[in-house]
Design a protein around this ligand. Structure first.
Ligand code: NCD
Length: 315
């Protein structure tokens, strides 16, 4: 049987990404439908989440599916010693699809290899976060009118940030120029830079972060320093407040530049920026609903054509 799981965005061609974005557009036009009536979606979150879990669950609910799952593994048999394999096999008996976030890199790949139902990776450690990338791509397209030839500035924790790792891989189809702005301790890992070289992706690295450096950006993608991934909390303390985007830093920004952030924000964007026309992170989070509706449908084998001809639209 074809494996319809989504483990990494790197598996998707340009054509497939564009197809999923078209699906998401249909859901932005009409998010409430009964397309998934009778289906059960499981959300297994072994790590904290607000947006990702709630938008996946909203996505399922607005399409008429029912949702089971947990937001905190402490209430599961994992605390009694049950293995991930057993949990996945068991939940596969109950649900048609599993959305899973796990702290171990590779957990989603492993689950997709053993589960008889599709797995959607909702984040695996510092590795990948493909559903976030779909909403990021949707947002970039929405704000720039294209995904091609853009200058994308990634700022903050490029070492542990899974959202930037996924975005980098997805953008290989679209001839981007990346700027990596990070303290040395949190620089983009060497294997992602190798990936850039292998795929002809241009990148420039910076440590300074000021109005001049970001003046060429089409997208300024801010990230949180991933406290939970540090083994040395002293190191976290040293780097955590290194890059704070302040309003005057936008003085030379392109008028069309948009600031994205996967959220949660801690101390990366000052609140005064929220009302600035460059700020787009809350609209970005809203797009998570539509992108995740598309991903759930695609994993369940529902096509764009079916969605376009859907007669179950409620509003
Ligand atoms: C991100 C994540 O979990 O990787 N959050 C999210 O899904 N929107 C980013 C983060 O936690 O910093």
């Amino acid at each position: 049987m074809e494996n319809r799981s989504l483990v990494t965005i790197a598996d998707h061609s340009r054509q497939k990404i564009e197809y999923l974005l078209q699906m998401a557009r249909q859901f932005e036009l009409h998010p409430n439908r009964l397309l998934l009536q009778g289906r059960v979606v499981a959300t297994l979150f072994f790590e904290p989440s607000t947006r990702t879990r709630l938008s996946f669950e909203t996505a399922a609910n607005r399409l008429g599916a029912r949702v089971i799952g947990f937001a905190d593994p402490k209430v599961t048999s994992g605390t009694k010693g049950e293995t991930l394999k057993d949990t996945i096999m068991m939940v596969s008996n109950y649900a048609d699809i599993i959305v899973m976030r796990h702290y171990l890199e590779g957990a989603a790949r492993y689950a997709s290899e053993i589960a008889p139902v599709p797995i959607i990776n909702a984040g695996d450690g510092a590795n990948q976060h493909p559903s976030q990338t779909m909403l990021d791509l949707y947002t970039i397209y929405q704000t720039q009118g294209t995904l091609d030839n853009l200058h994308i500035y990634l700022v903050g924790d490029l070492k542990y940030g899974r959202t930037v790792h996924s975005l980098l891989m997805a953008m290989r189809h679209f001839n981007p120029t990346f700027h990596f702005i990070a303290p040395e301790e949190l620089a983009m890992p060497a294997h992602y830079k190798d990936y850039c070289r292998q795929h002809g992706i241009r990148y420039v690295e910076h440590q300074e972060f000021d109005a001049e450096v970001i003046s060429g950006a089409d997208i300024l993608y801010m990230t949180r320093v991933q406290r939970e991934r540090f083994t040395d909390l002293m190191e976290y303390e040293r780097v955590k407040d290194r890059y704070l985007l302040k309003l005057p830093m936008l003085a030379q920004a392109k008028p069309t530049m948009k600031i994205l952030h996967p959220l949660p924000r801690v101390n990366e964007i000052e609140y005064a920026i929220d009302d600035d026309p460059h700020a787009y992170y809350f609209q970005q989070a809203r797009n998570g609903l539509f992108a995740r509706q598309a991903l759930i449908c695609d994993a369940l084998g529902i096509t764009l054509e079916q969605i376009e001809n859907d007669t179950t639209i409620l509003s």
